[in-house]
Ligand binder design. Structure first.
Ligand SMILES: *Cc1c(COP(=O)(O)O)cnc(C)c1O
Length: 490
């Protein structure tokens, strides 16, 4: 299968590209994105066939339906990385929390957040493409905390790939920072920046677009790529767990095969929700996808009013930082799917030029047929964490907690919900400790221990050992010096 472009073709780029090409250069004509020409139609037959399959068997068959230009042996090697999750037989447990509410836990991988679901296998796929082409790639990543550790973990010691990872010094949790600065593989460089996440992100965008930087890389025989969440190489692995979670509900006798469910997704860049939308289009029985947000509620406003409005918006720092995003990149793929390439180009140009676009009332109705949304603030989130721990003995992180408000305000109580949990309690422990015990401003290590005691949960070994590991990545620089630092590393 080939991939086409959300904003149409500018005649400089080919009309369509292979999966490998879409992965290596994810930006399409007019600054758009690549999307599959046609999604495979799986239907109920596929679901029935995989009722008793393992996660990997399901994944392997689903990926084969895309007919991508990656050898089966590479796909198998990529999927084997799910064996490193807590339970190799069930990398994504789905837990009943209360009547009609099931939580699909996407955080049982090596870095304890849902980014592992896609980045773990993606690392194998990208490295194999680079080896096959006999080229070396520099992967740039800018992180507010979860993408960085997951990208470093997947690319460490992989052939033909080097990673430079930028993070805002002081802007991540202790656990997130330690996950990065203790990585000692020779092909990884972690760079702290005196600044905020936006500074890191802007630096990355500048470098990706810089001809002089690319020329300097070329002298070193290195090409540039990015592992951000618009890369379809990540999206494709995010379709699988939606199908898996539904089959889990069937296996648990929670739904009959074919019965529709809500997918409730804590959203930032919309990769997770897009995976659910594609799964639905491929035949998963879904009633609606519910988009949960924090105080950065652009997506709630879009889905409620049809207006994407950034004119007076500034990113608000919240207790769920992985969702502190205003430009939610993967929404573009939904616009394309619903309204076509000409209209998508028009809307995205409005957003770039005026920081604003507005759907027509027909378009809004179509969007609302598929999506509903709500947001909650940090205090509401903490109250949900405490309430669900006290009353249902379920401990959730602040990102997952944003789903509870929309579960209450957007769902028909007759229909079951799969809510997605995107991080383990260990990654955002100070907020959770505050919610449970009232303690304020605890360091991660203190908060981890108090939650562990309060909830009678063990701190996983890979989190605990971070605090005694040697810090090997100690570069902290001004944002003006990033390019120089990366070239020095290469
Ligand atoms: C990345 C992330 C999200 C947002 O996911 P998107 O696919 O970008 O919408 C939510 N929660 C956590 C913990 C994350 O790391």
């Amino acid at each position: 299968m080939n991939f086409i472009q959300t904003r149409g073709c500018d005649k400089n780029k080919p009309q369509s590209v292979t999966f490998s090409e879409a992965i290596l250069s994810p930006i399409a004509s007019f600054g758009g994105l690549y999307v599959p020409q046609k999604l495979p139609d799986l239907g109920e037959e596929f679901l029935n066939k995989h009722l008793n399959s393992s996660y990997k068997e399901l994944a392997s068959d689903m990926l084969s339906r895309f007919e991508i230009d990656i050898d089966k042996s590479v796909i198998d090697e990529a999927l084997n990385l799910y064996d490193k999750f807590d339970d190799a037989n069930n990398p994504v447990p789905v837990v009943k929390v209360k009547e009609n509410l099931y939580v699909s836990e996407l955080y049982h991988g090596p870095t304890r957040a849902f980014k592992d679901m896609a980045l773990q296998p993606f690392g194998v796929v990208l490295s194999s493409i680079a080896q096959k082409k006999n080229e070396n790639y520099l992967i740039l990543a800018a992180t507010s905390g979860d993408t960085g550790p997951a990208a470093l973990e997947t690319f460490k010691n992989r052939a033909n790939v080097q990673v430079a990872c930028l993070y805002p010094d002081g802007g991540t949790s202790d656990v997130q920072r330690l996950q990065m600065v203790t990585e000692d593989a020779k092909n990884l460089k972690v760079i702290g920046i005196n600044g905020v996440f936006d500074d890191a992100q802007n630096a990355l965008k500048r470098l990706l677009a810089s001809d002089s930087f690319k020329a300097a890389l070329k002298e070193k025989h290195v090409s540039l790529s990015a592992a951000n969440s618009v890369n379809f190489g990540r999206i494709i692995f995010q379709i699988i767990y939606h199908i898996h979670s539904y089959l889990e509900l069937v296996r648990q006798d929670a739904v009959a095969m074919g019965e529709k469910v809500y997918l409730n997704v804590p959203s930032g860049n919309f990769g997770n929700a897009l995976g659910g939308y594609y799964a639905w289009k491929m035949g998963l029985p879904v009633e609606k996808i519910i988009i949960s947000s924090n105080e950065n509620n652009v997506l709630t406003k879009l889905i409620k009013t049809g207006k994407y409005d950034l004119r007076d918006s500034k990113v608000i720092l919240t207790t769920s930082p992985a969702m502190d995003i205003l430009k939610s990149s993967n929404v573009e793929r939904i616009l394309y799917d619903m309204f076509g390439d000409d209209r998508t180009r028009e809307l995205m140009q409005d957003l770039e030029n005026q920081n604003f676009y507005e759907l027509t009332s027909d378009e809004l109705a179509q969007l609302q047929n598929s999506f509903d949304a709500d947001f909650c603030n940090g205090d509401e989130g903490k109250a949900y964490i405490k309430d669900y721990f006290t009353n249902f003995n379920y401990l959730m992180d602040p990102h997952t907690a944003t789903c509870i408000k929309s579960f209450e305000t957007c769902s028909n109580p007759e229909i079951k919900t799969i809510a997605y949990s995107t991080a383990e309690w260990t990654k955002f422990s100070p907020v959770i400790a505050n919610a449970l015990t009232g303690e304020v401003d605890a360091e991660d290590i203190i908060a981890l221990e108090s939650i562990s005691k309060e909830a009678n949960l063990e701190i996983p070994a890979m989190v605990k050992e971070l605090f005694s590991k040697e810090i090997v990545q100690s570069t902290i620089i001004e944002k003006e010096d990033i390019e120089k630092e990366i070239l020095k590393f290469l």
